[in-house]
Design a protein around this ligand. Structure first.
Ligand SMILES: [Zn+2]
Length: 355
């Protein structure tokens, strides 16, 4: 088994075949396999090469706050951390294998027995650096998505860093009706009807399909979402695109998708108090936040795959001797048997139950 340290001193893991340990039985003296493993494939944590996306609303915070080596000087809005889609594939940092290839060759070890190798990895993880306000959007709930030929998308936002005036727009102001909403779209006076609120680093919110949302300026966000790409743009604040024309809106599809009973939803408060809380629990995934003191560990689950997102501090991988700084996202295969340990006070988001 070979452990490799990259240029920046961080370990990049990969699945690998290791020989099972052989030792002699004390009673019979005959060799037997120990420890007993379900199969011969033992897996490490998998880290992927980030896929950076230039966006007009983006910035350089992925470099400033997370120490990422960004290309050029252009505004980078997104870093796709874990993705298995036809238009984008995460590549394992060390082996160069795509996530799709890994699922085709090691699907059972990564996801569990009976995994369908054709099935896309169910979760998409992105960093978003939003320096300007994004358009107002909605993703269709499953029933509506089927009718409209799209895919539902439930997502969770964790606010890793915010400017003093940063805000989010989620849901409607209490009492706003569908009729008022439709009229305000036509008259381009929608903003007062929306629930806009200031945000702080460490807060988070779950956005199930059907929840109206926009990210306002000044947010560095970790977005953990269903692997899907159907977004309906409801409203663009009366702005023009780079070509001087308004960007395309999907008002009809949006009106069918929006939950008009979703008034002033609450955000989950930030906390660095030691311990574990559940940030999001829905049909598609669960996300827990672990606040760890130096030396505390999160062990392998062994019954399911997990995603670790280090959002504060620095973690250490016990089996590989690797270090993972804030901003790192890792796929922990079901067959992984190690642990990660906090080197300093740290916060890790653990996403699971997505199998
Ligand atoms: Zn969205």
């Amino acid at each position: 088994m070979e452990h490799v340290t990259s240029r920046v001193g961080y370990y990049h893991a990969e699945p690998c075949q290791v020989p099972q340990l052989q030792r002699k039985s004390p009673e019979t003296g005959t060799p037997h396999w120990w420890p007993k493993m379900e199969n011969a494939t033992r897996m490490h944590l998998i880290e992927f090469v980030p896929i950076f996306q230039q966006r007009v609303w983006g910035g350089r915070q992925l470099a400033e706050k997370l120490g990422r080596a960004l290309p050029g000087n252009e505004p980078i809005g997104e870093s796709w951390e874990i993705v298995d889609r036809p238009e984008a594939q995460s590549v394992c940092s060390r082996t160069g294998k795509t996530l799709r290839e890994l699922l085709e060759t090691d699907g059972n070890a990564i996801m569990g027995p009976g995994h369908d190798p054709e099935r896309p990895f169910p979760i998409l993880v992105k960093w978003l650096d939003c320096r300007d306000r994004l358009s107002l959007q909605v993703h269709p709930p499953a029933t509506v998505a089927k009718r409209l030929g799209g895919e539902p998308k439930t997502e969770c936002w964790y606010l890793a860093d915010t400017t003093p005036n940063a805000a989010l727009i989620v849901g409607l102001r209490r009492g706003v009706t569908r009729q008022q909403f439709e009229q305000a779209i036509e008259e381009e006076t929608l903003e007062p009807l929306l629930h806009r609120f200031p945000v702080q680093p460490g807060e988070s919110i779950l956005l199930e399909s059907g929840r109206l949302h926009a990210i306002d300026a000044g947010n560095l966000i970790l977005e953990i979402q269903q692997n899907s790409d159907t977004t309906y743009r409801v409203y663009d604040w009366g702005r023009k695109g780079l070509d001087g024309k308004p960007r395309q809106l999907h008002v009809e599809q949006s009106l069918q998708s929006i939950d008009f009973t979703d008034f002033e939803p609450a955000i989950t408060p930030a906390s660095e108090a030691p311990g574990e809380i559940t940030l999001a629990e829905c049909a598609e995934f669960r996300i827990r936040r672990f606040n760890l003191a130096a030396g505390q560990q999160i062990p392998a689950d062994r019954t399911q795959a997990m995603i670790f997102s280090v959002v504060r501090g620095e973690m250490y991988s016990g089996d590989a001797g690797a270090r993972y700084r804030s901003g790192t996202n890792l796929l922990a295969p079901r067959a992984w048997t190690g642990f990660i340990e906090a080197l300093t006070d740290s916060t890790v988001l653990v996403t699971d139950r997505f199998g």
